[in-house]
Design a protein around this ligand. Structure first.
Ligand SMILES: [Zn+2]
Length: 451
């Protein structure tokens, strides 16, 4: 009896030990990931079919129009498709598509957000896209229309060389393909379809937004009119090869206005005339000592560039310098602002002019305002989904970085399979698009496990 009690005690200790609990949850994770792969494989043909359909929707945005009729038509089609799946979907006044899926878990987990954009760049031809699917790609250079060639031997196309035997998609060469971001849209739409058809799949609250006008830099413009407020978020608009962008530059415009006094130069000694160009030159020279110029900056270094100088309304006694300030570290940028203030005060005093500075925050580093467990969640999702991830930092902005300026959580940018965006030689890796969709399913599981 005594022996039995001891055995029972030992067993109970083991069952409730952290080792057993973590081994058990590890097992559940592996089972779920395997189930996700089975599920994802079933939707793989649908995903490609969907992509081939969406690239035929011309949804080019425009630098001059608030929204193009083609974008409106595309938004309406996507909206109807989501509605037909049975989801709760809204199409907002400025054509943002918003989908809300309530949690089916008995406990609380963070709200998960996915985003993408349905517009395509207006930069090159985008009407009547004729996609070409290269099943089991032979690895040779692809001859496109108008003597355009997609050549895997070119260093810029090195990744294409790895796609031999896989499925890739190009346009016929007369237009863009539009994988940027029809790949992301196809992934998210197929994800929505998967959840609609598999209500047994456990997940927390999910919000999805599809934005217009991303390729003209205005994806965040009216995002606040949607209820999109996730606590952990991912943007499906990245490249290929498992790339995940977890941080980007902060971008600020710092505009210094140097105001002298108008008057005829000949009588400057008596009429109070004050030139604005010389103090501006001195100001710029001194500020340039504070931070690197773009051509001196690489890797993790930021830069400050006096981008352009102008006289507002042609008034030469006022000179404006538009500085572009870029860097990962917002604190360092605040220091720069502080130091330029003291420089400008000294210059203003020296030349007896007034100098004002105003700041426009263009975008922010998602890495500085993402969910504290975002990196862990992403890495776990990659490991469980058996997708090799390449975690990267971008020396530029992302759509998610623009969302941050509207107070949204910082989102990582997930690869979608798009390559050579905004070019006639744009192409899609079907395998990467599929892996990205699998990541969406797996990220959903990982976030559902955040208690
Ligand atoms: Zn894009």
């Amino acid at each position: 009896m005594k022996k039995f009690c001891l055995l029972f005690l030992l067993l109970a200790t083991f069952l409730f030990s952290p080792l057993f609990v973590s081994a058990q949850s590890q097992d559940i994770n592996i089972q779920r990931a395997a189930a996700n792969r089975v599920l994802a494989n079933r939707y793989r043909p649908t995903l490609l079919k969907r992509f081939l359909k969406y690239v035929t929707y011309n949804s080019q945005s425009s630098e001059t129009e608030q929204i193009t009729p083609n974008q409106i038509a595309t938004a309406k089609k996507l909206y109807e498709e989501i509605k037909a799946m049975g989801h709760n979907v809204q199409l907002t006044e400025h054509y943002y598509i918003f989908v809300e899926i309530p949690s089916n878990l008995p406990w609380q987990v963070p709200v998960l957000g996915f985003s993408g954009h349905y517009d395509v760049t207006p930069g090159i031809e985008g009407e009547n896209v004729l996609s070409q699917v290269h099943y089991s790609y032979d690895g040779n250079a692809i001859q496109l229309a108008q003597n355009r060639v997609l050549d895997p031997a070119e260093p810029a196309n090195a990744y294409l060389a790895t796609q031999k035997g896989k499925t890739i998609v190009t346009s016929d060469g007369n237009t863009i393909l539009g994988a940027d971001d029809k790949a992301g849209v196809s992934i998210l739409m197929t994800f929505l379809e998967t959840l609609a058809q598999h209500p047994e799949k456990k997940h927390g609250p999910i919000q999805i937004v599809l934005a217009p006008n991303e390729d003209v830099g205005r994806a965040a413009e009216f995002v606040e009119e949607t209820p999109y407020r996730p606590e952990i978020a991912f943007d499906f608009d990245g490249g290929s090869n498992g790339r995940v962008i977890i941080e980007n530059f902060n971008a600020r415009q710092e505009i210094f206005t140097v105001t002298g006094k108008p008057g005829h130069q000949s009588y400057a000694a008596t009429n109070g005339y004050k030139n604005s160009v010389l103090p501006t030159a001195v100001l710029v020279t001194n500020i340039c000592r504070l931070e690197r110029l773009p051509d001196q900056s690489s890797d993790r270094q930021g830069y400050a560039e006096p981008h352009h100088i102008s006289h507002p309304d042609g008034k030469v006694y006022i000179t404006e310098v538009d500085y572009r300030l870029r860097g990962y570290d917002a604190k360092k940028m605040n220091e720069w602002e502080y130091n330029t203030d003291s420089i400008s005060r000294k210059v203003a005093e020296q030349f007896n002019v007034s100098i004002q500075r105003r700041t426009i925050k263009n975008y922010s580093n998602v890495g500085e305002c993402s969910h504290p467990q975002a990196l862990q969640v992403t890495q776990n999702a990659g490991r469980h989904a058996e997708v090799e991830l390449n975690i990267e930092s971008a020396r530029a902005g992302t759509t998610a970085a623009m969302f941050v300026t509207k107070g949204l959580v910082g989102a990582y940018t997930i690869f979608t399979g798009q390559n050579n965006p905004h070019a006639y030689t744009e192409w899609l890796s079907e395998e990467d698009m599929f892996k990205s969709y699998l990541m969406a399913l797996q990220l959903t599981d990982e976030v559902a496990g955040l208690r």
